[in-house]
Design a protein around this ligand. Sequence first.
Ligand SMILES: [Zn+2]
Length: 252
Amino acid sequence: MQFIDSHCHLDFDVFADDIDQVLITAEKAGVSSFVLPAISRGYWPRLIEFQKKTSQSHIALGLHPYFIEQHTKDDLLKLEQMLRDCAVVAVGECGIDSHCPQLELQQYFFLKHIELANKYKKPLIVHHRQSHHLILQCFKQVKPLYGGVIHAFSGSLQDAKKYISLGFSLGAGGVLTYQRAKKTRGVFQQIDLNHIVLETDAPDMPLFGKQGQRNEPANLVETAKVLAELRGCELEHIAQSTTHNCHRIFGI
Ligand SMILES: [Zn+2]
């Protein structure tokens, strides 16, 4: 059984000392391939290096709204150059976070990411936090043409359906392992499996029972098991469908 972690940050310093072991543990658990999104320009070169060294990894390049105060317009020019010249499977992560400053500037950067994704025929990896209305507004201004993933989706079934109608899939992460995440679990129970991908967001977003620990791609299988339980289907079916979805979305 094979799984793809569609969103993890294996290039972060916290993995530097034991990345080989992390990859072996993931492989043993059946997590054989990874998508690593970027958070700021400073991470782009190391992602490219990581991809060269690790054949089972794929990268996305973009500017995360957490670092909105660092990003410059020159970063967007550089991003365009890199999308043209490098093997990149998506644009991201990008998006809007209403807990971060400069919402208007965040929207400006996000719109630019959508334009670049369209121009270079790439899907988007979208970060959200209490910002579905703002993200959907941007999608109205510039229609994303190649879909992508709404990272760590949480929200209503109505929001989920809007994203799906725009060609997006929803990222199912560790939050599903928390009983109290009723609304999110309900959404992932109901939407078509064709629009779900699995992700850990490692080293962040620990699973239930593993709070305070570094998250790792191997833990993806726990989330997959919860998803299978919620949907009353075999784990194998979850593995096949979500892997197939990643192939379709990212062309990997
Ligand atoms: Zn992330």
